[in-house]
Design a binder for this molecule. Structure first.
Ligand code: TRP
Length: 332
């Protein structure tokens, strides 16, 4: 059976963009794949983290995944650091990854900024660990956003060069499952930049834990322009904020943007924002409720992660043993 692995960093409060862009998709994939979902705490450590905050965010992120419909009976949900084989495989891959490949990575260039000498080795090696996350399970498909496409390309190169160097067909070349652009959720304050946890204004995003009042207030304050909504999607071309709100409504209701305009074209934003609030609350309120219940029972969440870790370790151990044998490490 085809196997999915994906990962998400516990560096942030989850927001509507993460949910519509990633997690909702992960839930649906449980029907047709064997699915492994990993909270990548080691990747989070490529930037400085407060120890207690990191631990709390790891558990919180797991709670969001479970509250959103990731089902531990069907998916293996686990924490990256609890499966040490990821790091061990990452070292073996590091030894066969040319610097030239890593130097092409645009995310490193963006994150390291101008002062590259101060960037950590971990930030540089980040995509090698990501390749290990995927290949330790010999995953065949990886759902990722546009921004991770290059890392997945590198994963395929590493898998291919391992197979070639040792004359084996050990690793599959995992296929990216790029998630639709319709689910690229932008900031509520600026329709040209992505909704992000690092935006200093909380009004720029809908958090998964926002209650109905907060959601209503944020949509009411969301930036728009003075024109009513157009009746055709072409009319959204130069209107990034209007486009974003229409896309969010479409994603939440599983409609096309054109259908949404068929319903709301010509109406003022005040009306549309009210309807948008209603559909957002209908989707998010039950998730927030379940999440609060789960966070009140951290032992349960930790238990799910412990079970998931155990299952993941069993799968990972098989791959790691195979790799160790292929590269010539002496068995104990
Ligand atoms: N780099 C990914 C991101 O920031 C997170 C990630 C780590 C990941 N390991 C992964 C995604 C393996 C998919 C598969 O979004």
């Amino acid at each position: 059976m085809n196997r999915i692995l994906s990962g998400i960093q516990p560096t942030h409060k989850m927001h509507l963009g993460n949910y519509l862009g990633a997690v909702r998709n992960w839930v649906a994939l449980q029907d047709s794949f064997q699915t492994l979902y990993c909270v990548v705490d080691l990747h989070a450590l490529t930037q400085p983290q407060e120890p207690e905050a990191l631990r709390a965010q790891t558990r919180e992120l797991a709670a969001v995944l479970l509250a959103s419909g990731i089902d531990p009976a069907r998916s293996i949900v686990f924490v990256q650091s609890q499966v040490t084989a990821h790091s061990e495989l990452a070292w073996l891959f590091a030894c066969m990854t040319p610097l030239g490949w890593l130097n092409r990575m645009t995310q490193f260039k963006d994150k390291a900024g101008k002062n590259r000498d101060k960037a950590g080795l971990g930030l540089y090696a980040y995509p090698v660990l990501m390749a290990a996350d995927i290949l330790i399970y010999r995953a065949t498909h990886v759902p990722v956003g546009e921004d991770q496409k290059q890392h997945l390309e590198l994963t395929r190169e590493i898998a291919g060069s391992f197979n070639h160097r040792y004359g084996v067909e050990f690793f599959p070349l995992p296929e990216p499952q790029i998630m639709g652009t319709a689910t690229r959720v932008m900031s509520l304050r600026d329709g040209t930049s992505k909704m992000s946890k690092s935006d200093s204004s909380d009004y720029s995003r809908i958090n998964m834990t926002d209650d109905a009042d907060a959601i209503a207030l944020k949509f009411r304050k969301a930036r728009t322009d003075p024109e009513p909504l157009p009746t055709e999607t072409a009319g959204l071309a130069e209107r990034p904020e209007a486009n974003n709100l229409v896309n969010i409504y479409a994603a939440l209701t599983h409609k096309t943007p054109q259908d949404v305009l068929g319903e709301f074209g010509g109406t003022p934003f005040s009306t549309f924002k009210g309807a948008l609030t209603d559909v957002a609350v209908a989707t998010l309120a039950p998730i927030a409720g379940e999440m609060n219940r789960l966070l009140g029972d951290p032992g349960y969440v930790d238990g799910v992660l412990r079970d998931g870790g155990e299952k993941a370790r069993a799968l990972a151990a098989e791959t790691l043993a195979g790799v160790q044998d292929i590269v010539g490490l002496l068995k104990p």
